[in-house]
Design a protein around this ligand. Structure first.
Ligand code: C2E
Ligand code: CA
Ligand code: CA
Ligand code: CA
Length: 283
């Protein structure tokens, strides 16, 4: 019996080694392909709408990055963003994302009367890079967009030291007129202190919390408390990953300001976004 246990144990270690090895190989493949990639051809921004809770008025949209590698096919951001962060490639990719999003805003401003803002995901690695504020200022000048149409989404993270340089960087961005949003709020390191320390304009309540508000009364109470706290601090709330009418109805009752999720629209390419969410109001 002892022998059997031993051998099955060795086997499971072998299996574990195998998967680790595969993961490592996949990572290296992705890193190489990402280093080689022609951003203009392979990267694309999708946009997902953000509506007020009844779904009649568009408030804005979030830019979400897609990568189609000629060698590896479609790779999701959940897989390649961490690799881009580890390798520092996120600096170039992040610049491409900001530039492309701002060019899109400029284009839509010309064609539509609708006022909107665009959420752009900013990695903590970008924030910590000296010259980030200068780069943002340059891109705003080059594209001529209004800083008030930009909403930088920062994932709450232990790497954002509330006593470090990030405080001053976020303050400078804020003074330029850019909104600052805490992404994935309610699941990580966020706290009242964190919100107070960084000049936060928007809280994005994580999908994980939103998923269960219609089935778990405790989660509903937590979301209600988050919205009440934000409102008391003059911070707007966006509920992420809203998929059902029941969720939207409950969030409206809780005075959530904005809703994002498949219920009102999936992330789609810019042209399709305009057809679905902007075209009604073309001037
Ligand atoms: P995130 O910023 O939390 O983005 C929201 C994610 O939830 C997106 O996944 C979106 O497609 C998905 N989502 C929205 N509504 C629903 C819904 O109703 N149901 C479901 N099941 N999913 C929904 P996506 O596009 O795969 O992006 C994943 C993550 O990758 C983002 O999470 C963000 O952390 C990161 N990411 C995406 N684009 C960028 C970027 O340009 N820069 C950086 N640094 N990170 C990015
Ligand atoms: Ca986000
Ligand atoms: Ca999020
Ligand atoms: Ca997320």
């Amino acid at each position: 019996a002892l022998k059997q246990v031993k051998s099955s144990k060795t086997e499971s270690y072998a299996l574990y080694d195998e998967t680790l090895h595969q993961q490592e190989r996949r990572k290296q493949e992705l890193e190489l392909a990402l280093r080689d990639s022609d951003f203009g051809r392979e990267l694309k921004l999708y946009f997902q709408p953000e509506y007020e809770p009844t779904g009649t008025t568009l408030i804005g949209m979030e830019a979400l990055l897609r990568w189609r590698s000629p060698a590896l096919g479609l790779v999701g951001p959940v897989e390649f963003i961490p690799i881009a962060e580890e390798t520092g490639l996120i600096l170039e990719i992040g610049e491409w994302v900001m530039k492309t999003a701002m060019e899109q805003i400029r284009d839509w401003n010309k064609r539509y009367e609708t006022e909107f803002f665009v959420g752009i995901n900013i990695s903590a690695v970008q924030l910590q890079n000296t010259g980030f504020v200068g780069l943002v200022r340059k891109l705003i000048e080059e594209t001529g967009v209004n800083a008030s149409q930009l909403n930088f989404e920062i994932t709450e993270s232990s790497t954002l030291n509330p006593n470090g340089a990030a405080v001053s960087i976020l303050k400078q961005l804020s003074e330029m007129g850019i909104s600052i949003a805490v992404d994935d709020f309610g699941t990580g390191y966020s706290s009242y202190g964190y919100i107070k320390r960084f000049s936060i304009d928007i809280l994005k309540i994580d999908k994980q919390l939103i998923d269960t508000i219609t089935t778990n009364p405790n989660d509903a109470q937590v979301v209600k408390a988050i919205i009440a706290m934000a409102s008391a601090l003059n911070i707007r709330t966006i509920a992420e990953g809203v998929e059902t009418k029941e969720q939207a109805r409950l969030l409206k009752k809780m005075n959530c300001d904005i809703i994002q999720g498949y219920l009102f629209g999936k992330p789609v390419p810019a042209e399709e976004f305009a057809d679905l969410h902007l075209d009604k109001e073309e001037c």
